[in-house]
Structure formats: structure tokens, C-alpha cells
Design a protein around this ligand. Structure first.
Ligand code: BJW
Length: 228
């Protein structure tokens, strides 16, 4: 990676697919089994909290049985070795980047492993179910929800992400369909700033044509090939 000092890596569900975690928009993916409006919007949660809490309880339990794959491990190696700036911006709510050993990770769509108390606005580490309406560890209110970003809500740490893209020499997108904004727009933001862009995805995505280079294949092969 000659001439590259600062890197922003965006990851999506495709990087965790080979760890056995369902993607959203692939055949048989989560959005074929559940209506987005029902389980991934604040309105859906207000209408039927039990449905939403069950959906997230099931996924929270499942991710804890999964393991990082060679793509997460390769990014963790890059994170440990890279002397310049590096930011791994993940849309994923699993913790497989961290469990592989990566440190410079930002969860723009939140995490399964936090509960957010809508009464006192505190986030607490959480691994168990929420369906039985447990009290908030901070204030005791029974007002917990998954700490994830639903449609219509503002993704986390956008200023930090745009700041990192402005400083970047290279933007790499891994395992994301490019269907969900604002993440889907990062490649165009990067191009406007004359940042080099690379896509690693199983197939061509909705945004492939925006990248300087797009490589197709499984993340477990493409990411180690790119990092090494
Ligand atoms: C592999 C692989 C392997 C498989 N190896 N690859 C009209 C125009 C523009 C925007 C909007 C619009 N109408 C509404 C909006 C806004 C809306 C939006 O984008 N809607 C679109 C549907 C059009 N966005 C929002 O509401 C966001 N908030 C917002 O915009 O706030 C205002 C704002 C404006 C400007 C700046 C800042 C803020 C919030 C979006 C929240 C998304 N939430 C979810 C759920 C999170 C919690 C949970 O997990 O349940 O996030 S939805 C879901 O999609 C999840 C994901 O992070 C996200 C992206 O999915 P991802 O990761 O790309 O997965 P897939 O399944 O789509 O793709 C997987 C890819 O991997 C595929 O390409 C496969 O081929 C590939 N793959 N195996 C390599 N082995």
C-alpha cells in the first residue's frame, strides 16, 4: 500500500456471513423473514415491542455462539500493524471485529451487546434477553431497548466518520450492499475528496460503479489477500 497513510474501512453484514451470521438482503436473509417496518423502525417498536425485543433477543443470543472468521482476523492484524490512522467503521451490531482483536472500531449502527435506557439515556453492557422487561441497571426504569440504529434514526458518530474520510488516503468497503444511507454514500464522499476507493464484496453491489476498483469473492479470501 505504497503512499497510503490513513485508511477508513467500512464493513457490512457480508464480512460476518462466513461466521454464520445472517445478512439482511441476500437470498434467505433477515429481510426475507421479517418486515423491516415491523422490526427495524421506532414506529414498529412502539406498535409491537414484544415482536421487536424477541427478534433482537434471538439475534443477540445467536451472535454469542459465532466466531470471527479470517476476514475479521486480517483486519485485526492490519489494525495492530498499521502505523498511520485507521478506522474500521462497521454497520454490524455483532462484536466479531473486537473479538478478533481489532481496537479501532466504530459501530455506526450500534451494538447487540448494549441496552439503551430510554428513561435515563444510559447505555449498559447487555448479553441476556430483554423480553421480560428487565430494569435499567442505572435508574431501575423498565424502559430498555436494543442499542441499535433503526431506519429514521441518526447513525452514531457521523462527525468522527466524516472527519476520518476527509483525512483518508484510502477508503475500503467490505461486504455491504450499498443499499442503506448514509453508509452507502461514503464512497461518493470519498471520491469527491479524491480519496482512493476499493470495494471487496461477494458480488457487484449497488454502488460498485463508484469505486476505483471492485473485487468480487468471499471476504474470508479477499480481505486477507488485500491485507497481506
Ligand atoms: C458478502 C459475503 C461474503 C454476502 N463475503 N461479501 C432515500 C434515499 C436515501 C436515503 C433514504 C431514503 N429513504 C430513507 C432513507 C434513509 C434510510 C435509508 O438508507 N433507506 C434506504 C433503504 C433507502 N437510512 C436511515 O434511515 C439511516 N438514518 C439516516 O439516514 O439518518 C439521517 C442522516 C442523514 C445524513 C447523515 C446522517 C444521518 C439509518 C439506517 C439504519 C439501518 N439499520 C439497520 C439495522 C441495524 C440493527 C440491526 O442489525 O437490526 O442496519 S438496517 C440493516 O442494513 C443494518 C445494516 O447495517 C444495514 C446495511 O446492510 P449491509 O450490511 O449492507 O447488509 P446487506 O445484507 O444489505 O448486504 C450484504 C452484502 O454482503 C451483499 O452485497 C452480499 O453480496 C455481501 N456478502 N456474503 C463478502 N462471504
Amino acid at each position: 500500500m505504497t503512499g497510503i497513510r490513513n485508511i477508513v474501512v467500512l464493513t457490512g453484514a457480508g464480512i460476518s456471513a462466513e461466521s454464520g451470521i445472517d445478512t439482511f438482503r441476500s437470498e434467505g436473509g433477515l429481510w426475507e423473514q421479517h418486515r423491516v417496518e415491523d422490526v427495524a423502525t421506532p414506529e414498529g417498536f412502539a406498535r409491537d415491542p414484544d415482536l421487536v425485543l424477541r427478534f433482537y433477543d434471538m439475534r443477540r443470543e445467536a451472535i454469542q455462539t459465532k466466531l470471527p472468521n479470517p476476514a475479521h482476523q486480517a483486519l485485526a492484524r492490519l489494525d495492530a500493524a498499521w502505523k498511520g490512522e485507521l478506522l474500521i467503521v462497521t454497520q454490524n451490531v455483532d462484536d466479531l471485529h473486537e473479538r478478533a482483536g481489532a481496537r479501532r472500531v466504530l459501530h455506526m449502527h450500534g451494538t447487540h451487546l448494549n441496552a439503551w435506557c430510554t428513561a435515563c439515556d444510559t447505555r449498559s453492557p447487555w448479553t441476556g434477553p430483554m423480553i421480560d422487561r428487565p430494569p435499567c441497571p442505572s435508574c431501575g426504569a423498565r424502559a430498555l431497548r436494543p442499542d441499535v440504529v433503526w431506519f429514521g434514526e441518526m447513525p452514531y458518530e457521523m462527525d468522527r466518520i466524516y472527519g476520518a474520510i476527509r483525512q483518508a488516503d484510502l477508503f475500503v468497503s467490505i461486504g455491504t450492499s450499498g443499499a442503506v444511507y448514509p453508509a452507502a454514500g461514503f464512497v461518493r464522499d470519498a471520491r469527491e475528496l479524491r480519496v482512493r476507493t476499493l470495494e471487496l464484496n461477494l458480488e457487484r453491489s449497488q454502488g460498485s460503479h463508484w469505486f476505483h476498483e471492485s473485487r468480487q469473492g468471499p471476504a474470508s479470501r479477499l480481505v486477507p489477500e488485500w491485507v497481506n
